[in-house]
Design a protein around this ligand. Structure first.
Ligand code: ARG
Length: 459
């Protein structure tokens, strides 16, 4: 037996692999986390081989039991991963042969690592989607609860980060809820395309064995089987799609983070994060830093990068499988880990946001947040909107110079800008009146916010 024969593919080789090349081409360091999915796929494959008569029942039993024993070894930390065995698939297969002998060599009948790895990744991403959606939904739940508590809380709404109009904090929180709702729907949609079985495609062309692909799909919970073997072993669009959905989730969390960071500053002071979600400074004793949102904002960069990495990995590959695809795993796993961590941190934090209602309210009273309400009032009194806009603009200019809000001016003063203004103007100049008026579907009024929360809870 020649030196290359310790490889499962050693037959045609005349010399052993160069030591550096062996390490360079190995993926076991990072793909070993697929072990559960790899073993589940192998068990289903063996069971199917027995069903169609390629394996005997006894052979199938031996393989399944051997694989279960290997699973236990791995989970108890007793499995030795070997770079010489290249990847998770060959580590497990070689160990199976070590444990159960000759019959172990029959497992790979009608299969290739190409359809095997594609199956493993699909199982892995499917599971990740379910875990991520659970965290996402926990965060959404937290947002709904908080929005309900803060349905009446008034804060300044911003455009260009300048005070625009008063909004309710509950409404603001529901904006985050909506983004996450779409993120969740994107994952659910992506899952349908992930959940397709590649096994049976073999290396690239399919196989001559009479495999029962539908049976394997059923055993593994796949919703369908792939229709083209070349495509099934080579494309990673399902992973790219998942990473794109992940990049959007992170983009949303990053915007959310940005607001939390601003709001916890001394200058805004709208909310406070519990101490246990923050850290201090080694030099400035007063500091309490919003590290969690800052890190989430920062980690958005790597998740966006992972998406670009996968797109670039895929773009020039001819059909069918190429070793390039081994590079799909690290970006994909990193996206999954990052999403799970960030969503968990946010979901944990959400119920504990301390809201400084008075600070928000006072902030809303600065910056002429009800100027639009005054213009709308004048329209109701018969002015054209453009003229109303002009009138209110002059009143605001007067307020800026005299350091007062519109609501702080006397009726006399206001009438100086337009005679149609009457005593009832003060109702629309209040923050409460302003938000309550915006009660149409999707508006900021507390009553509308409560309706949206109720609808969301029912959905
Ligand atoms: N480790 C490989 C991967 O991650 C498994 C498939 C290898 N197939 C092959 N023909 N070399 O893609």
């Amino acid at each position: 037996m020649n030196a290359a024969h310790d490889k499962l593919w050693g037959g045609r080789f005349a010399e052993p692999t160069d030591a550096f090349v062996e390490a360079f081409t190995a993926s076991v360091a990072f793909d070993q986390r697929l072990y559960r999915h790899d073993i589940a796929g192998s068990k289903a494959h063996a069971q199917m081989l027995a069903k169609v008569g390629v394996l005997s029942e006894a052979e199938c039993q031996a393989i399944v039991q051997g694989l279960d024993a290997i699973l236990a070894e791995i989970e108890q930390g007793q499995f030795t991963w070997s770079i010489a065995r290249e990847d998770v698939h060959m580590n497990i297969e070689a160990r199976l042969i070590e444990r159960i002998g000759e019959v172990g060599k029959k497992l790979h009948t009608g299969r290739s690592r190409n359809d095997q790895v594609a199956t493993d990744i699909r199982l892995y991403v499917r599971e990740a989607i379910d875990l991520i959606r659970a965290q996402l939904q926990r965060l959404q739940q937290g947002l709904l609860d908080l929005a309900e508590r803060e349905a009446d809380t008034i804060m300044p709404g911003f455009t260009h980060l300048q005070t625009a109009q008063p909004v309710t904090f509950g409404h603001h929180l529901l904006a985050w809820f909506e983004m996450l709702k779409r993120d969740d729907a994107r994952l659910a949609d992506c899952r349908r395309r992930v959940n397709i079985l590649p096994l049976g495609s073999a290396a690239l062309a399919g196989t001559s064995y009479p495999l029962d692909r539908a049976y394997v799909a059923q055993l593994l919970g796949f919703e369908g089987i792939s229709d083209n073997s070349l495509d099934a072993v080579s494309d990673r669009d399902f992973a790219i799609e998942f990473c794109a959905a992940g990049a959007l989730i992170m983009t949303h969390l990053s915007r959310f983070s940005e607001e939390l960071i601003l709001w916890t500053s001394a200058q805004f002071g709208f909310i406070e994060l519990p101490d246990r979600f923050c850290t201090g400074s080694s030099i400035m004793p007063q500091k309490k830093n919003p590290d969690v949102p800052e890190l989430v904002r920062g980690k958005t960069g790597r998740v966006n990068g992972n998406l670009v990495a996968l797109l670039t990995l895929m773009k020039a590959q001819p059909l069918a499988y190429n070793k390039d695809n081994q590079e799909d795993k690290e970006p994909l796993f990193d996206t999954i880990d990052t999403l799970l961590g960030c969503l968990r941190a946010f979901a944990d934090m959400m119920p504990h946001l301390q809201v400084r209602r008075e600070v928000m309210y006072e902030a809303a009273r600065r910056g002429f947040a009800t100027a639009t309400d005054l213009a709308d009032y004048l329209v109701r009194k018969g002015l054209a909107f453009r003229d109303a806009h002009e009138v209110v603009g002059r009143a605001v200019q007067h307020g800026v110079h005299s350091g007062r809000d519109l609501a702080d001016m006397s009726l006399e003063e206001l009438r100086g800008f337009c005679e149609r203004i009457e005593a009832d103007v003060f109702e629309v100049l209040t923050l409460e009146g302003s938000v309550a008026a915006r009660k149409l579907h999707g508006g900021t009024a507390p009553a509308q916010v409560r309706q949206r929360i109720q609808a969301a809870r029912q959905a």
